[in-house]
Write a protein that binds this ligand. Sequence first.
Ligand code: FES
Ligand code: FES
Length: 164
Amino acid sequence: MSEGLQATIHFTVNGEPRSVTAHPLTRLLDILREDLGLTGTKEGCGEGECGACAVLLNGEVVNSCLIPILQLQDSAITTIEGLASNSTGRYLQEAFVACGGAQCGICTPGMIVAACNLLERTPHPSDDALRDGLSGNLCRCTGYTRSFEAVRVAASKLGKVAAR
Ligand code: FES
Ligand code: FES
């Protein structure tokens, strides 16, 4: 990486306008954690394999360790912190704790980002859709059963709230 090269990128993070100046190949993951102090997004593999660093980029789940900031001009990023104010994100966080879907917690923010995206597109996912929706998120601790249960619990709670 040529150290002198810099780019200024304007984008939104969790709805707030942000500008960062950095080498154009700087990873979104590092901008979030180091420049913006949003440490909820975790680094696992750093190679696009585990999903721990997942965020939403213009509404799509991406691994932020693979996204250079040069791709982000005028984009909208949502991190796990931004999902705390959204009822789907909040119910998911509560259900992951209640169901034991969060153990060491490294995978949990990325898992919740992916699950939130899944439930907003498919409010009542089948088991196959659930497995597919979380297939990019690896967990070394839970064996997935509890994480999948947490997503089902959150989906059911959201369904009850919507039916009121
Ligand atoms: Fe980004 Fe693993 S840290 S996919
Ligand atoms: Fe530890 Fe998933 S809870 S990696």
